[in-house]
Design a binder for this molecule. Structure first.
Ligand SMILES: *Cc1c(COP(=O)(O)O)cnc(C)c1O
Length: 378
């Protein structure tokens, strides 16, 4: 008999209410019954995004929503500024290049947050920049960027701000309207407690102007079509009926909890995880800008990082994540986003302690669990 614990930065565990919603019989999407579901889900998304802007639901993973942002905002030969500080920042660059958009890059050291002053300088130096693409929580490093400060800088320019909030939405505060985020993209399988398969994108009035004028090739992800459909409470193509029904359920749960409480819970999970990491004598990968979404820690000398993650998963069914690309084998990541509570963290830390001990790493057994418990007792 085996029990599975999922502590990865997407997908994340599903609440029973969400699983129940997905087991209901399928209904037809062009019906008043489905329209009611879509309407509630759309209103719930506006609550989660903290916006009055339109939020479109796409049948794709989060990257589909990123692609929708690039092709609807920009045309071939336009110029964009990308903030790169990890694998997901790099994805914005790759997407822009795929569509012939010229890219200026701010290369932030992995593990650090971007300094908004650097963005201001770039915008002043190159008035051609039409859009700035950034990442709220850079899931590959655990870093959180200060979107409020970035928004304040960009607001005073002609450029617009697009934020990848795929891992952060519903986990940490993101005030789309108040922070002047023109476009925010997210996905279903992280903070929103759903399976993979849905992408979301919000668009401000400033963004709508660009969407109307973009000359990029687009069809499935054409947000002009999405807008026409949404105005009739519809989607342009067959809706992901099951996932949208589950989305409505997850958003209902989030509304009942309240965003404020959800953010407090995520901070507590993150504080406990960080305290445990330090108590084990390990080092945080992003000590100056650690997100409350996912915690990255350095693999200590003498420990095989890939084997650590593998053993936890294959022997004990506790799944955490390793490092990606240049961080492969150098860090591990414990996610605490979405449907994660105290005892999920305790279990994860406990398993980490067990495998580290088996691998010969020395520390007082139980030190991580104790440190986490102490945070939870506060
Ligand atoms: C997970 C993630 C993505 C990729 O999303 P997919 O759903 O895999 O397409 C992009 N950006 C960030 C910050 C993420 O955490």
């Amino acid at each position: 008999m085996r029990k599975n614990y999922l502590l990865t930065p997407g997908p994340t565990p599903l609440p029973p209410q969400v699983m129940e919603a997905m087991s209901r019989p399928i209904i037809h999407h062009r019906t008043p019954q489905f329209q009611a579901i879509l309407k509630e889900a759309t209103e719930g998304l506006k609550y989660a995004f903290q916006t009055k802007n339109d939020v479109f639901i796409l049948s794709s993973s989060g990257t589909g929503a990123m692609e929708a942002a690039v092709i609807n905002l920009l045309s071939c030969q336009d110029t964009a500024l990308v903030i790169q500080g990890g694998k997901f920042g790099e994805r914005w660059t790759e997407l822009c290049k795929a569509y012939g958009v010229n890219v200026e890059v701010i290369d932030v050291e992995w593990g650090k947050a971007v300094n908004p002053v650097d963005i201001e300088k770039k915008l002043k130096a190159n008035p051609k920049i039409k859009a700035v693409f950034t990442t709220h929580c850079e899931t590959s490093t655990g870093v959180v960027n200060d979107i409020a400060a970035i928004g304040a800088v960009i607001k005073n320019s002609d450029a617009l701000l697009a934020v990848d909030a795929i891992s952060s939405l519903g986990a940490i505060d993101l005030k789309t309207d108040e922070w002047a985020c023109d476009v925010v993209v997210s996905g279903s399988q992280k903070g929103l407690m759903l399976p993979p398969g849905l992408g979301f994108i919000s668009v401000s009035p400033k963004a709508v102007k660009l969407i109307e004028n973009s000359k990029s090739p687009r069809y499935y992800f054409d947000l002009r079509k999405a807008k026409k459909a949404l105005d009739k409470m519809d989607t342009p193509f067959t809706s992901s009926i099951t996932l949208i029904t589950a989305l409505r359920e997850a958003l209902k749960m989030m509304r009942e909890d309240g965003l404020e409480n959800i953010f407090i819970r995520h901070k507590k999970m993150a504080d406990a995880t960080r305290a445990a990491i330090k108590a084990l004598g390990l080092e945080l990968f992003a000590p100056t800008a650690s997100s409350d979404v996912v915690t990255a820690a350095k693999i200590p000398a003498g420990v095989d990082g890939e084997k650590l993650v593998k053993t936890m998963r294959d022997t004990y069914d506790v799944t955490i994540a390793g490092g990606q690309e240049e961080l492969k084998g150098k860090i591990f990541r414990i996610a605490h986003m979405g449907f994660i509570e105290e005892f999920d963290i305790i279990t994860g830390i406990s398993c980490l302690e067990k495998v580290l001990t088996q691998m010969g790493y020395k520390f007082p057994l139980g030190a991580g669990v104790k440190a986490a418990e102490e945070i939870f007792l506060k």
